[in-house]
Ligand binder design. Structure first.
Ligand SMILES: COc1ccc(NC(=O)[C@H](C)Nc2nc3c(cnn3-c3ccccc3C)c(=O)[nH]2)cc1
Ligand SMILES: [Zn+2]
Length: 326
């Protein structure tokens, strides 16, 4: 089923702006068109004089540079970009931030996991991979994702920024680097604490405040699967655990340290999720909702439902184990 961005109905364009969007119903070719629709409906094509064929070439190069691995693949890139797109509309960010910042946020989401190999930074560092060596163990994956993004952008035929001024390009490059590097979860507390500090007197005219907010928004988008309907979110957890189990299997084979929540012999779906939602996801989303109260209903309510769902599942598993034990 092919469709050009002109043929996307008004209904789909509205649905695309909501966190309930179900990525599993769409083929990759259609997702490519939906990504073009996002750049069009945020007026980036007009504002930044982006030629449609250059945007298509950019998105095709991006598509080519994501790998076929269970979780960090092109569909994940689309989910993160679509959540970022939904947050921009839900929070009415167009009226609070200028288009260059919105272009940085959307393009960072598109590029944020480019050429992910399915093995996280802990593995890269412990296995002393080429990436760890090249980036001196400092966010090796995120540095690589960002470098691949600019390899794509330095080629004229896929450089969507080619009609911008040097100043605009420098500002966009600085912003994309900041946002992609912010997705390294080992920096989670550093970035969240920075945001908590500036929240009481948040000032949209302060560049430092805007920079932290942009990092928070890509972080929220990146780990937001549980804010989606259960039938959309649950398959993503299966994909994530598949990737984590692949890594821990290889770590065991190579005699490398194994991260507990990645070990198929230790992790259960509900136990890993209840901890993650309670201690990582909810605190992050609640802080963002302090700045944008409307997010309470759109992303926090679904996450609380997910927490209840996994807590119930955890209890059912405990009861079953007890019955077996008797
Ligand atoms: C502070 O660094 C952390 C903290 C937590 C986790 N992950 C977890 O606790 C477990 C495995 N669950 C989990 N992890 C998730 C989800 C979404 N993204 N995501 C994820 C994927 C890759 C790397 C890091 C994270 C958080 C999700 O729904 N659940 C991974 C890294
Ligand atoms: Zn990601």
């Amino acid at each position: 089923l092919q469709m050009s961005s002109l043929e996307v109905s008004e209904g789909v364009r509205q649905y695309l702006k909501t966190p309930t969007f179900d990525n599993w119903q769409w083929e990759d070719a259609e997702i490519m068109v939906l990504l073009q629709v996002m750049y069009t409906d945020l007026d980036f094509i007009a504002t930044f004089n982006i030629e449609p064929e250059v945007l298509q070439q950019f998105l095709f190069e991006v598509y080519r540079r994501y790998n076929n691995i269970p979780f960090h693949n092109f569909k994940h890139c689309f989910c993160v970009t679509q959540m970022m797109y939904g947050l921009i509309w839900l929070t009415d960010l167009k009226s609070k931030m200028d288009s260059v910042d919105l272009l940085i946020m959307l393009t960072s989401a598109v590029c944020h996991d480019l050429d992910h190999t399915g093995y996280n930074n802990v593995y890269q560092i412990n296995a002393q991979t080429e990436l760890a060596l090249r980036y001196n163990d400092i966010s090796p994956l995120e540095n690589h994702h960002c470098a691949v993004a600019f390899e794509i952008l330095e080629r004229t035929e896929s450089n969507i920024f080619r009609n911008l001024s040097m100043d605009q390009y420098k500002r966009i490059r600085e912003g994309i680097i900041k946002c992609i590097l912010a997705t390294d979860m080992t920096r989670h507390n550093e970035i969240l604490n920075k945001f908590k500090l500036i929240l009481p007197a948040f000032d949209f005219t302060n560049k430092d405040h805007r920079d932290v907010l942009m990092m928070i928004l890509i972080k929220v988008s990146d780990i937001s699967n549980e804010a989606r309907p259960m039938e959309v979110a649950e398959p993503w957890l299966d994909c994530l655990l598949q990737e984590f189990y692949n890594q821990s299997d290889v770590e065991k084979l190579e005699g490398l340290p194994v991260t507990p929540f990645m070990d198929r012999d230790k992790v259960t779906k509900p136990s890993s999720q209840t901890g993650f939602i309670r201690f990582v996801l909810l605190p992050l989303f609640i802080e963002l909702a302090n700045l944008f109260p409307c997010l309470e209903h759109h992303i926090i309510d679904p996450v609380r439902k997910a927490l209840d769902y996994y807590t119930e599942m955890e209890k059912a598993l405990e009861r079953e184990k007890k019955n077996w034990a008797q």
